[in-house]
Design a protein around this ligand. Structure first.
Ligand code: XMP
Length: 326
């Protein structure tokens, strides 16, 4: 019988053998898979690994700090951070179509990653030799799914840090290929990664960019970040994190409704809560959250987030609704 402990040992030995004295690169997303994959490779080859974190400005509150501070502190990994918020926002300016947003975000991500790779090569002692290995957080279900052709991939053009450069010539290192998600979390905990990363619920590669229905702007992102942070805080406080699969919080930026606050009329945006229960995200049901928790989230969001005067609950299963709104 294998344990998560000897899976790590086995992978560390295999990676050392595979990489030799060459260099490897890994794109961190802030999510659990890329973080655990990077931590295993770091354990195997230490300074031969460089992680790249592209901050596209579409992350949730606190997520960039979790990677830049807590993950680095826990692993000692060499990290190259690219602050690309402005670049992503200008590429997304004026765009409302969900598929177009996804394509733009995926394209910009690859360009920035390629540029980062060139810089890493140029800065290294043995300058000139390209990075040979790319670390990916591919899980066992991904391996199985890509063999059989996945349904969701045809419905939305998924972007994740795994969907990287086809024209870049890398050999892959995939230390999580035999693991399921809960096992990846277990390995991450054993490697001492922060709980905020290890316990994180699924979050899409295009981030909050596909949780704003309408054009993506800095102001809208900031507003959504506040609402999302409140929802997450209350769900955690109520002990519901392990009960729900994930809870997208969506801003209907192109919709306004009339409200009243104090003596005045308001005309603000709705926030949608989309808590779902699921085994694998292929199908899902809406989570029957306790009314008191929903009430607290609603009261806090409408009180604390300017320009939001209504909170609505999505009670659609998947199918027919997808988990994300875009
Ligand atoms: P949907 O909306 O298709 O989502 O029901 C299924 C699961 O996939 C996540 N998701 C993504 N993950 N890149 C990702 O890495 C993406 O582009 C992406 N789009 C959706 C979603 O959060 C849910 O867990």
């Amino acid at each position: 019988a294998w344990t998560t402990g000897n899976i790590v040992d086995e992978q560390v030995a295999a990676i050392r053998e595979q990489v030799g004295t060459k260099r490897a690169i890994c794109a961190l997303s802030g999510g659990v898979d890329s973080a655990v994959a990077a931590a295993i490779v770091q354990k195997a080859i230490g300074p031969q690994l460089t992680c790249v974190f592209v901050d596209h400005g579409l992350l949730r509150k606190g997520e960039a700090e979790q990677v830049e501070k807590d993950f680095v502190a826990a692993t000692g990994v060499q990290l190259k951070v690219v602050d690309a918020e402005e670049r992503f926002l200008s590429a997304l300016a004026g765009v409302s179509d969900p598929e177009e947003k996804r394509k733009i975000i995926g394209r910009e991500f690859i360009r920035i990653f390629e540029q980062a790779e060139r810089e890493i090569v140029a800065e290294s002692a043995d300058a000139g030799e390209p990075v040979r290995f790319l670390v990916q957080g591919t899980l066992y279900p991904d391996v199985v799914e890509s063999g059989g052709g996945s349904g969701t991939a045809n419905i939305k053009s998924h972007h994740n840090v795994g969907g990287l450069p086809e024209d870049l010539q890398f050999e892959l290192i995939e230390p999580l290929r035999k693991l399921f998600k809960d096992e990846v979390r277990q390995v991450g905990r054993e490697l001492g990664l922060p709980e905020a990363i290890v316990g994180r619920q699924p979050f899409p590669g295009p981030g909050l960019g596909i949780r704003i229905v309408g054009e993506v702007t800095k102001e809208r992102l900031d507003l959504l970040r506040e609402a999302d942070a409140i929802a997450r805080e209350e769900l955690t406080a109520a002990g519901l994190d392990t009960e729900i699969w994930q809870c997208p919080v969506v801003l209907l930026a192109d919709v306004r409704s009339v409200g009243v606050q104090g003596d005045g009329r308001t005309y603000g945006h709705p926030i949608v809560l989309r808590p779902v229960s699921s085994e694998d995200a292929m199908t899902a049901d809406w989570s029957r959250l306790p009314y008191e928790v929903l009430a607290r989230i609603s009261t806090r969001i409408t009180n604390e987030v300017a320009d939001v005067n209504r909170v609505v609950l999505d009670v659609t299963s998947k199918p027919p609704g997808t988990i994300e709104w875009e």
